[in-house]
Design a protein around this ligand. Structure first.
Ligand code: SF4
Ligand code: SF4
Ligand code: SF4
Ligand code: FES
Length: 967
């Protein structure tokens, strides 16, 4: 492993490559006709509306500034950026003055120098002069600007007593676990307020008071940051030009010494970060401006919740045991790998190749996932490989491939900036994909119209300066009926884009679909009762989607995790095709992928029926390409899916499982069924950072690496292949791909790579959509969106531009079939599940950070009427019982819920959310129906039987080991 891309901090903003350079040009980019002007004798042409400050920066003249940044609109408060303009009186501020044709601007002369010094004198006279002991000494714009303007003396005194510090004794606000606010250092530039409004879209901050009494305040109703509306994204901290808002890690450790550019390992947005380091210790994660997915923004998880990587719970030594009731025995890598390989071979010899298999992880890199599926196909000798996408986005793969021809979203994130109508279905972007959520909210504040289809009133429906035009509060499980109702309006009211359909789609399939959705039974009036949404509202939403300009669909697990998940994906594709909303900016159909590398793990051939690039294992030509490259004969039959693995484990035909970085005992539905299957195995190999719930049933534990130790790539929800670079050595001594290669070798099939780049070279060689991808290219040119091949050498931000990947777009008839999971008198409520901003999935990472302060436990959201009917008050313990199990949570009475529907997150294993979810799944892909479980909720005063069992087994079984070599 090589440590990449170390950029000594002293070189920032100087002679870096275009990939590395991060220059703040002071004000945002504009689009418009060209305007030519002269700045300090240099002629430059920029778009109309550009500020003089930005134009000067583009002409390589950096004008001093304090209150301007190119991610927020100019404010013009500091007056440091004064310039002279020929023929114009006075010295206007360059950040607020737009360019004009023929303008002649001077940015530097004796007069401007004098004025700027005067401004800085005023600031410094009211600023504590503790630079030498200040946490951001050497990394402070105020300090930098004092140097830039040549400040040597301050006429108004330099006693260093700031008004807040001396007179008011405003205490430092340390309530947020990750950053602090010290009012004494504030220059009231408002950058933080504007970053919170314009970049993050939370509007948590305000400036209160006037003149010398002015100070930043986290809202009128809150005393401190922690109790305010702040979501801890850190945008204000990053924007602050002084040490007023500063990371606690910087206060504790000092400023960083080097930085490495890498990618967040949480969600499918795929934000790029600079990991800023002191030696091998991270002192700050700063979102990288050149990151294609996030453009310098982040959420609380990516920016702050990285401490799990060095948490004391991490297991750094391989361990084995004969039986799951035995204590773990720490061993060296050689013994662990030998043990795993020998047991796999024994099972294969005794029970046949079909008795072993593996599950890949969307938390791992493309390269790590690729070697696992290769090991299973080539060394295990079967296609028994599946991935965690089975339980989240497998219907996306099926639905989009069937209709459009490829298993991926159609747009880049930037595309939303051009949307006029945004339809969000079964997704909660501000919690689950926060950085994209902020981008979407920005577009909505600019005037795009919003339709939300969700049983729950998610934040997007009503948040500061954002209000959904339509909130279609449909009943869980009725998504397909909703799409059919919208399609009915589009077809019967003459809103089909006939020209687009005629040119781009299969007309026979279209006519069949048109006839189907036009049937009266698919009208809003006929479906209104099933949906629980008024027919008028359905009609209005359909008209808005079809006629409101560029209309884009964004969706999440509220679409896929249903018994009709695949049907629903096809129904959305139908709608986009019928209205011509596909193939250009601002439109499309976009899955908001859950985990960081869900797209990648699917791309890498993790499904039992597909090689890399979604090519079927039964395709002889494709298979022979792999056989020739890998030098082995491959099985032409698809292997077992995860649910089939569990079923076969229970019937005794499947006996050995390798699990890469997934906690299936917590994340998969019907926990008792899953754990029974795991208990039935002869061999379970778990590779992970922590002893998770699944490891309770494991015989081999192989310590994994955190993203900070990985070298490779993640592919985000927009098909963007991002580089993941190691910022520290592997804590447990071996990279994950190498572990896999060594198991494979011990089983008789050597896989030899010098490094991760070689694995990517093999992927590119064997995968047409990755043909021109290499680590060297990604390092030199930045991230790329697949396909990256001869036809699209620089990648493909938008797909299906001139035609669909499958040729003609295929309309599919999407009959609404209600799920078999029904509410009745015994189970009258429907439980649906989702995520919260501060935690992530099963919580293995975020629960080991201070993010837990925001969400220490899962709770059950319930409508006030349903709560009252059951005698449940806010905060009461309630028992939630489904047809398969029972668990206990605290009630949160909430009007966000419609009557008849309850909701919980699933971030804490003790909550046992999946103890109650059922075995129902998508008809095409077996994606579990997490979103619809009929339940009863009743007050209780004790944990469920399952939770008591959990508590009893937890202390002993989850301990790292109870016997050591010495014992
Ligand atoms: S951390 Fe983010 S949400 Fe909180 S105040 Fe700062 S910008 Fe606003
Ligand atoms: S806290 Fe920082 S960014 Fe906000 S007004 Fe004060 S100095 Fe400016
Ligand atoms: S939005 Fe997703 S990728 Fe970006 S920082 Fe947050 S968790 Fe990480
Ligand atoms: S940077 Fe222009 S007024 Fe502050």
């Amino acid at each position: 492993m090589t440590i990449h891309q170390e950029i000594p901090l002293g070189l920032r903003n100087l002679k870096l490559t275009p990939l590395e350079a991060e220059i703040d040009r002071g004000t945002p980019e504009r689009e418009g006709p060209p305007v030519t002007l002269m700045i300090d004798g240099v002629t430059i042409t920029v778009p109309e509306g550009t500020s003089i400050m930005r134009a000067a920066s583009l002409a390589d003249r950096q004008i001093p500034k304090l209150c301007a940044s190119d991610n927020v609109e100019a404010w013009g408060s500091c007056r440091l950026c004064l310039v002279e303009i020929e023929g114009v009186k006075g010295t206007p501020s360059s950040c607020t003055t737009p360019v004009r044709e023929g303008m002649r601007v001077t940015t530097q002369n004796a007069r401007l120098e004098r004025l700027r010094k005067g401004v800085m004198e005023l600031y410094i006279s009211d600023h504590p002069l503790d630079c030498l002991t200040c946490p951001t000494n050497g990394d402070c714009e105020l300090q930098d600007m004092a140097g830039v303007v040549g400040l040597r003396e301050v006429r108004y005194g330099m006693d260093g007593d700031n008004h807040f510090d001396a007179a008011h004794k405003v205490p430092i606000d340390v309530s947020n676990p990750y950053f602090q606010y010290d009012a004494s250092k504030c220059i009231v530039c408002s950058l933080c307020v504007r970053a919170c409004e314009e970049v993050q879209g939370t509007f948590a901050l305000t400036i209160e008071g006037r003149g010398f009494e002015s100070r930043v305040s986290p809202g009128i109703l809150s005393d401190d940051f922690f109790s305010s509306d702040c979501v801890s994204c850190g945008a204000c901290v990053q924007a602050c030009p002084t040490a007023t808002l500063v990371e606690k890690s910087i206060v504790e450790h000092g400023t960083p010494r080097r930085e490495v550019i890498t990618t967040c390992a949480y969600c499918g947005v795929g934000c790029a970060f600079k990991a800023e380091m002191q030696g091998e210790e991270i002192v700050r994660m700063t979102p990288w401006k050149n990151g294609g997915a996030n453009e310098g923004h982040s959420c609380v998880k990516g920016r702050f919740a990285f401490g799990y990587a060095t948490h004391k719970d991490r297991v750094l030594t391989p361990m084995v045991r004969e039986k799951i009731t035995d204590p773990w025995r720490p061993v060296d890598w050689e013994e662990a790998i030998g043990f795993a390989a020998r047991r796999l071979l024994e099972i294969r010899d005794e029970h046949g190749a079909g008795a072993i298999g593996g599950i890949t992880s969307s938390r791992c890199t493309n390269e790590e996932v690729y070697v696992v599926q290769k090991m299973i196909r080539a060394a295990f000798g079967n296609n028994n490989v599946d991935t965690c996408a089975r339980v989240c986005h497998s219907p996306t793969g099926y639905g989009l491939k069937t209709t459009l021809g490829t298993s991926a979203g159609t747009q880049d994130f930037k595309s939303v900036d051009k949307s006029d109508v945004i339809l969000v279905i079964g997704a909660n972007p501000t919690d689950a994909h926060p950085v994209f959520g902020s981008r979407m909210k920005k577009r909505l504040r600019q005037g795009a119209k919003l339709i939300v289809a969700d049983p729950r009133r998610i934040d997007l429906v009503r948040s500061p300066h954002v209000r959904a035009e339509h909130h279609l509060q449909l009943r869980p499980g009725t998504n397909v009926a909703l799409m059919n109702a919208l399609a009915h309006v589009i077809v019967t009211e003459g809103l089909v884009n006939e020209a687009f359909v005629a040119e781009r789609c299969d007309m026979t399939e279209f006519e069949r679909w048109r006839g189907f959705v036009a049937e009266e039974r698919n009208s809003p009036e006929a479906l209104s009762e099933i949906l629980g949404v008024p027919a008028d509202e359905l009609r209005a939403a359909a008209r808005l989607y079809a006629t409101g300009g560029n209309a884009a669909i964004y969706y999440g697990l509220g679409v896929t995790e249903h018994s009709q998940g695949s049907t629903m994906v096809m129904a959305m594709a139908n709608l986009a095709m019928a209205t011509g909303n596909i193939g250009h900016d601002g439109v499309g159909i976009n899955p908001l992928r859950g985990q960081n590398n869900v797209q990648g793990s699917c791309d890498m051939g993790s499904f039992p029926h597909e090689f890399t690039g979604y090519r079927h294992v039964s395709d002889k030509e494709v298979r022979s390409t792999f056989e020739a490259d890998w030098g082995v004969t491959l099985d032409a039959e698809p292997g077992l899916r995860i649910p089939n693995m569990f079923a076969s484990a229970l019937d005794g035909s499947f006996r050995g499982l390798y699990v890469q970085g997934e906690d299936i005992a917590q994340s998969d539905p019907n926990t008792r069924h899953v754990t029974a299957a795991l208990k039935a195995l002869d061999l379970l190999i778990v590779q992970d950072l922590f002893l998770n719930e699944t490891a309770l049933y494991a015989h081999v534990f192989l310590p994994g690496t955190s993203f900070l130790e990985k070298d490779g790539t993640f592919t985000n929800a927009e098909r963007r292949i991002n580089r993941v670079r190691p910022v520290m050595r592997e804590q447990q001594g071996m990279s994950e791909w190498e572990t896999v290669c060594r198991i494979s070798e011990a089983m008789g099939y050597p896989m030899t790579y010098e490094n991760e780049a070689e694995i990517m070279d093999e992927i590119a060689r064997l995968t047409p959509t990755f043909a021109l991808v290499s680590h060297a290219r990604l390092d030199a040119e930045g991230s790329m969106q697949w396909p990256v091949n001869e036809a699209h050498p620089d990648g493909s931000p938008i797909m299906h531009v001139d035609g669909f990947v499958r040729g003609k777009g295929r309309f599919m008839v999407t009959e609404y079939v209600p799920t078999e999971e029904r509410a009745n008198r015994r189970f009258p409520l429907i439980l649906t599940t989702g995520r919260i901003l501060s935690q992530y999935n099963v919580g293995a990472q975020t629960r080991r950070t201070e993010n837990s302060l925001w969400h220490p436990e899962d709770s059950l959201e319930i409508h006030p009427f349903d709560a009252e009917e059951r005698g449940v008050a806010d905060g009461d313990l309630v028992a939630i019982t489904s047809r398969v199990g029972q668990t206990t949570l605290r009630a949160m009475v909430s009007e966000r819920m419609p009557q008849g529907v309850v909701y919980t997150t699933f971030h804490h294993p003790f909550s046992g959310a999946n103890v109650i979810t059922t075995d129902y799944s998508d008809w095409a892909t077996n994606c579990p129906e997490f979103k619809v479980t009929a339940v009863q909720v009743m007050p209780t005063n004790r944990p469920s039987a399952w939770q008591e069992e959990y508590t009893q087994t937890a202390p002993g079984s989850r301990r790292i080991h109870t016997a050591t070599a010495a014992e």
